[in-house]
Write a protein that binds this ligand. Structure first.
Ligand code: CA
Length: 529
């Protein structure tokens, strides 16, 4: 787009000490634009065309001088950068990652926020006390070999049985690529195995676990769900464990007998799920995973700060907020360890990020491998800049707990939780499901149709231009913040109310409406055989 933007030129600066601001206007601003009164850099003449979301130097920056955004160095100038120039990644040397030694541990006490009381939603209370926002029959699989059979069985269950059980929202197969051909005794195999186990126990599935196994696979059903890991099944039939259909069972003669067996086994689970009713529960039963994907320079200005405000509201209401994405918080590790509620929590953050540093090191990369061409086209010069905008999603509460990849939140763990995961959208979402997420918020600047079958995903656009073009994919337009039409606080409150509506089933997200379901993608740092 070469057309001059119809709106007056607008730049946004995060902190007074920043020496760059980003251009807010759709289509960017042409060379020669004079920045008007009232915006950062007023009176400056742009020396280059500056694309939307990209940075402009607010004053002359000398070689080696820090380029400051969010009040922190996001890079060092490789050549003199005069005021008014477009500050792109090729002009910057990325700062090195902060060492994990000698970090401040639990030194910042966030001001005690007043509890929010009286907020509720309509949810499905489970026997273990957890609450689902949806009522879904999920069929667990031990191995990828059974995926095609389970897909056909699910199609038959939905066609033949589901219409008779109107209180059940959906039937899904928990398909994945793990289960065999893997070094299952490698120490790191614990991560994919517990991820699958804990996803089966997600609050949105009502404790109705049924397992489809092949028979000869490495991940045997008893290893996936050992006795005691599944208290509801034990209650019905002590010691029996969850119901398992084994395709190699001698009783199966022909493909149709396998399908019939799975379809018939689903019936009692559907009957029990169908008998459940939503009941009014406190907002504290929400377990909200926050994530971003397809980020741009607006992510850290509009959508992520609004999500952060909403995260603070959720924590004040007693709910749990999971934030994640190791490579996107690594450059802000000092902020995390200082915000930890206790030194033990801070040490757990260091342990998880240190483990991840070594994992990346084994592959001879570092956190800088995170950024995508789209991030850079969207104005994010490097991972240091992306990280500062990403971590804002976590709000300002103290960090109360840390989960290793695939671990499940205990009932007594509430508040702001760091669930250590890769930043990869589908892997992070999969691990947050294992942690017990019953609602998901996802921010995007470049745009992604991301969605999950297991849990509602509320998608937040960082820019009005994206929200306009993707009007039937984006649930919230945080771009109104950059347009000056809504504040971060107003947007955060609206998001909080929307979450209660979606959790209650009063509202569907666009991803639910269109049935946009990404695959479960397990994080398997262990070898394949
Ligand atoms: Ca992500």
């Amino acid at each position: 787009m070469n057309a001059v933007s119809p709106r007056p030129p607008l730049t946004l600066r995060m902190r007074a000490e920043d020496n760059v601001a980003i251009v807010a206007n759709d289509g960017g601003l042409p060379e020669g634009t004079v920045l008007p009164e009232g915006v950062p850099g007023a009176g400056l003449v742009l020396r280059d065309k500056v694309p939307q979301g990209h940075k402009v130097a607010l004053r002359d920056i000398a070689v080696g001088e820090a380029v400051l955004r969010y009040g922190v160095p996001i890079g060092y100038a490789l050549q003199p950068i005069p005021a008014g120039r477009w500050v792109h990644e090729r002009l910057l040397q990325m700062p090195s990652a902060r060492a994990l030694e000698g970090l401040p541990l639990a030194t910042v006490r966030p001001p005690a926020a007043e509890p929010l009381t009286g907020y509720t939603f309509e949810g499905y209370r489970n026997p273990d006390g957890s609450v689902g926002t949806r009522n879904i029959l999920a069929i667990t699989t031990t191995v990828q070999c059974v995926a095609g059979v389970v897909a056909q069985a699910v199609a038959r269950i939905k066609a033949e049985l589901l219409p008779r059980f109107p209180n059940v929202d959906d039937v899904i197969g928990l398909e994945h690529s793990y289960g065999c051909g893997v070094a299952i005794d490698a120490p790191d195999a614990v991560i994919p195995i517990r991820t699958l186990r804990n996803i089966s126990l997600n609050p949105n599935f009502g404790g109705e676990v049924m397992v489809v196994s092949l028979g000869c696979e490495k991940l045997q059903p008893a290893r996936l769900l050992p006795p005691g890991s599944f208290p509801i099944a034990d209650e019905r039939d002590p010691g029996a464990g969850p119901e398992t259909i084994c395709l190699q069972d001698d009783a199966h003669v022909g493909f149709m007998s396998m399908l019939d067996d799975i379809v018939q086994s689903a019936r009692p689970h559907l009957e029990r799920l169908n008998a459940r009713r939503r009941e009014t529960v406190p907002a504290s039963e929400l377990i909200v995973g926050v994530q971003c994907g397809g980020s741009d320079a607006f992510s850290g200005v509009t959508a992520n700060p609004a999500v952060g405000f909403c995260a603070d509201l959720l924590v004040r209401a007693g709910a749990t907020v999971l934030f994640s994405e190791n490579t996107e918080v690594r450059d802000a590790v000092e902020q995390l360890t200082s915000r930890a509620a206790t030194p033990e929590v801070a040490e757990a953050i260091v342990r998880e990020l240190g483990w991840y540093d070594r994992y990346l090191d084994r592959g001879r990369v570092d956190r800088a491998a995170n950024t995508t061409p789209g991030n850079k086209a969207g104005g994010l010069s490097n991972i240091a800049e992306k990280a500062m905008g990403s971590i804002i999603k976590s709000g300002s509460s103290a960090i109360s707990h840390v989960l290793a990849p695939g671990e499940k939140l205990r009932r007594d763990q509430r508040g702001l939780v760091y669930a250590a995961t890769p930043a990869s959208d589908f892997i992070c979402g999969t691990l947050q499901l294992a942690a017990g997420m019953n609602l998901h918020i996802f921010t995007t600047g470049r745009g992604t149709p991301y969605g999950l079958a297991e849990c509602p995903v509320v998608k937040v656009a960082t820019r009005t231009d994206l929200a306009r073009r993707w009007h039937d994919l984006m649930d919230v337009n945080a771009g109104r913040i950059a347009d000056g039409e809504a504040s971060i606080e107003e947007t955060g409150w609206a998001m909080f109310q929307l979450l209660l509506d979606v959790a209650s089933g009063r509202r569907k997200t666009w991803a639910e409406h269109w049935r946009l379901h990404n695959a479960l993608v397990l994080f398997n740092p262990a070898p394949i055989t």
